[in-house]
Write a protein that binds this ligand. Structure first.
Ligand SMILES: Cc1cc2nc3c(=O)[nH]c(=O)nc-3n(C[C@H](O)[C@H](O)[C@H](O)COP(=O)(O)OP(=O)(O)OC[C@H]3O[C@@H](n4cnc5c(N)ncnc54)[C@H](O)[C@@H]3O)c2cc1C
Length: 607
């Protein structure tokens, strides 16, 4: 009889990569030793029933024991089709990569607690195998922490060793921070940044890709009933999609406009992530980043690395080392691009700056814990529950809408917000783009969040949840942290004082209205008149179109045109810039040209 297999279970989460993966690195190291602490490794990925709807995996005639994976405030499906597909692709590619390295990946559905319990149970009292240890990487967020705790207690109860690993996917390694206690993190990003500069010297070396890994154990406990796991990627995607209604049941869901192009047409998985970084270097987009990052249209105005970063398909320091090689003239990528071999440039330094923001958002979650999800945010703003209008489906705050009938009106406003019919061009274009492609730019996100929280005054968490449903790059800390930042209850030192004017912002960042016309095709034929300004203003807010133009475009009587959720008073001044004519949205101080008012100024001077 062969000796008893000593099994290490590795629960994968948002660490879906082989290279620069501290857990696989350690597994590979141990595997090369003659005395092995374990003989087999079982990598497992769980589609967590709390966060992803898993009823599509049930066997015929059976029912999922879990409640629907819906969000707490707005009642949305927590993971929409586009993100589900991206995650499935990422997981599937990892499975293939692990198989090539001599291992494999078991996919499971259920809560992490149930999956761990069933795996441990499946090995209990066996003659041929026993579980020695269970490892997983740590994540922030209360659900994630609860998963870790239940995995820990189940593993330790079974007599095996439990280890939680920091996933070294961030820019500055936790071990190199000037503080170990997260409460010492400054509430102002700039202060934090200064403690870890120079950024170019910050990241640790990346870990190599393991050449070979221990094989899977012969006995693998099956997926617990009533679920079954498809054996191919398309089956996996179908199972994830099955319970989700067409268009997520959004009334008047936007349709793909003819000729529109996604800014994020990419697939999940490490390979696509690396190809993307290489493309950014080769094309010069990385070098140009600082000048283009506020763009709205196209693939290359910003890196589009967020979705892979969110799942750990690529780590920040891998991106950093690609840029280092480029800057030092050592790399294979970008040899013909501007800046090759000329040290850090505006673009590469700008990307490092943003990657640090990502670290910061995650450290804030570590510091503030569950207040990430409170309406009063990190500030603990006690007035927030009287300031933001409650969700129409749960009583999320104490404030009813102006007409006092909380639900119907708010429900309609929320529906028009998510289906892109508010009547404000930039907001509608962004929300339609988000729904149809799973991506929208940082500039648009800031405007959308500000519009919901500050112009409409609705509980900002509805927006954060809707983003969670739709964004392919959904990342707990970056999403919820940025939403509360823009809503004025997070770590923005200017809090309530910063309000984005979506008309002025459109004028600055979509000066021809091209972005709006791409995603709101009803406005594509807005005629060109001698004075460009009026037409632009009609694209930015369709209620401003002249009556005959509305008639010509069949927009007369259309609700979002005639009755926008908000009218933002704003007009062009003689020098082509904007000026305010009252109303909260027009906070510009009337400076001419394209100068930005302080309330419009965003991330460039966001600190
Ligand atoms: C309301 C709101 C919600 C957001 N939700 C998310 C989210 O769920 N997931 C997410 O990754 N980002 C989120 N962001 C941050 C930012 O908008 C995206 O990271 C960025 O648009 C992704 O595109 P990119 O990769 O081309 O970014 P780039 O401009 O190329 O930036 C490079 C990388 O830096 C990081 N980064 C950039 N800006 C930020 C930021 N403000 N906060 C944290 N990290 C940043 C991202 O990892 C990004 O991939 C949100 C921003 C706002 C205002």
């Amino acid at each position: 009889m062969s000796p008893k297999a000593k099994v290490l279970i590795y629960l994968l989460r948002r660490d879906l990569r082989l290279a620069d993966n501290p857990v696989l690195h350690e597994i590979s190291r141990i595997n090369q030793q003659s005395q092995k602490a374990f003989t087999h490794v079982l990598p497992v990925y769980t589609f967590s029933a709390n966060q992803v709807e898993v009823s599509g995996f049930t066997t015929e005639g059976s029912k999922s024991p879990y409640k629907e994976a819906r969000s707490a405030v707005g009642g949305f499906w927590r993971c929409g089709r586009l993100r589900a597909k991206f995650v499935a692709e990422s997981v599937w590619e990892l499975k293939t990569d692990l198989e090539k390295a001599g291992s494999g990946l078991e996919i499971r559905v259920g809560t992490v607690n149930d999956v761990v319990e069933s795996l441990l149970e499946g090995y209990r009292n066996r003659d041929d195998a026993e579980v020695q240890a269970l490892w997983m990487t740590s994540e922030e967020g209360w659900e994630e922490k609860a998963e870790e705790e239940s995995a820990r207690s189940l593993t330790e109860e079974s007599g095996a060793q439990f280890k939680l690993w920091p996933d070294e996917k961030y820019f500055i390694d936790d071990r190199d921070l000037p503080f170990q206690d997260p409460t010492q993190l400054s509430d102002v990003f700039t202060n934090f940044r200064k403690t870890v500069e120079p950024l170019r010297a910050g990241p640790r070396k990346q870990l190599p890709k393991p050449d070979s890994l221990p094989s899977l154990p012969e006995h693998i406990p099956p997926q617990a009933a009533p679920f079954e796991i498809p054996t191919a990627l398309d089956g996996l995607i179908r199972a994830l999609w099955k319970p989700l209604p067409e268009n997520l049941a959004v009334p008047q869901a936007p349709k793909w406009p003819e000729g529109a192009k996604s800014a994020f047409p990419f697939e999940g998985g490490s390979q696509a992530a690396h190809e993307r970084v290489q493309h950014l270097l080769d094309s010069g987009a990385m070098t140009a980043y600082k000048d283009t990052r506020n763009g709205l249209l196209g693939e290359d105005f910003s890196t589009k690395l967020s979705a892979w970063l969110a799942l750990g398909s690529v780590s920040s320091r891998q991106i950093h080392w690609y840029m280092m090689d480029f800057e030092d003239g050592k790399g294979n990528f970008g040899k013909d691009a501007p800046g090759y071999g000329q040290g850090e440039n505006k673009g590469t330094s700008g990307v490092r700056f943003e990657l640090l923001w990502r670290d910061y958002m995650r450290l804030c979650t570590k510091k503030f814990g569950t207040s990430l999800f409170f309406v009063g945010g990190y500030r603990g703003d006690k007035d927030a529950k009287f300031k933001f209008i409650s969700s129409p489906v749960t009583r999320s705050t104490e404030k009813k809408n102006v007409k006092g009938s909380n639900d119907a009106d708010t429900k309609e406003a929320v529906e028009r917000f998510i289906n892109g019919r508010t009547g404000i061009g930039l907001i509608d274009a962004s929300n339609r783009e988000l729904f149809l492609t799973g991506y929208t730019s940082n500039r648009a996100r800031q405007n959308v969040a500000s519009f919901l929280a500050k112009h409409l005054g609705i509980d900002w968490r509805i927006g954060a949840e809707w983003y969670e449903t739709n964004l392919v790059d959904y990342d707990l800390s970056s999403n919820w942290g940025n939403w509360q930042y823009v809503a004025g209850v997070g770590n923005d030192p200017r809090g309530d004082a910063r309000v984005f004017n979506p008309v002025k912002q459109a004028l600055d960042y979509d000066p021809q209205g091209e972005y709006i016309k791409m995603w709101v095709p009803e406005l594509r034929d807005v005629g060109k008149k001698e004075k460009g300004a009026e037409n632009l203003m009609g694209i930015y807010q369709a209620w401003r179109l002249p009556e005959e133009e509305k008639a010509r475009l069949n927009l007369k009587g259309v609700q979002w045109v005639e009755h926008p959720l908000k009218r933002i008073e704003f007009s062009m001044n003689r020098r082509g810039g904007g000026s305010k004519r009252g109303g909260r949205g027009g906070r510009s101080r009337g400076r001419g040209g394209r100068g930005r008012s302080s309330s419009d100024r965003s991330r460039g001077g966001r600190e």
